[in-house]
Design a protein. Structure first.
Length: 159
């Protein structure tokens, strides 16, 4: 059961590009697209935002890079040397120009909330950061939903 293959950074980026190309064939202008990424998916959303000028980018529980998250959890190992997939949001977010929304649960035990805050600091305006009090890595979406809906109305004129 399950799908064959092994997900990789390169493969996930290729999937993102393929979907963006598919949307273009359907007549959808990238400037009418809001990218959303949560956790690992924030790496794909940030990469797509560096390649396509979109209406906006929403990131929930983003990280600076996979090695930086791994180092928090496996401090005694040289995670930076061992990680094959990087998803280096910290190096890429400054190359995006679309409006950006970042939110982190304040009690996230998987991705340290300070990484989302640092990613926000590295990004260009227009940008917003929202801590979600008392929420962790897997229970923040319902609290993020009204934040993202309001942000889309204000930041990119999306309804």
């Amino acid at each position: 059961s399950g799908l064959p293959g092994k997900p990789t950074e390169k493969g996930l980026y290729a999937d993102g590009r393929a979907y963006m190309r598919y949307l273009a064939t359907q007549g959808i202008n990238p400037q009418h697209i809001v990218l959303y990424g949560q956790s690992l998916g924030t790496g794909v959303a940030v990469e797509m935002a560096t390649e396509f000028h979109v209406a906006g980018v929403m990131l929930l529980a983003p990280y600076l890079s996979i090695p930086q998250v791994g180092q928090v959890h496996f401090a005694i190992f040289p995670v930076n040397l061992l990680a094959l997939d990087r998803f280096d949001n910290g190096k890429k977010v400054g190359r995006t120009s679309s409006p950006l929304l970042i939110a982190n649960g304040t009690d996230d035990q998987v991705v340290p909330p300070r990484q989302g805050r640092k990613l926000f600091e590295l990004a260009h305006e227009p940008k917003e950061f929202h801590p979600i009090p008392g929420r962790g890595h897997n229970d923040a979406f319902d609290a993020f939903e009204p934040i993202s809906a309001e942000w889309m109305r204000r930041a990119c004129g999306c309804e």
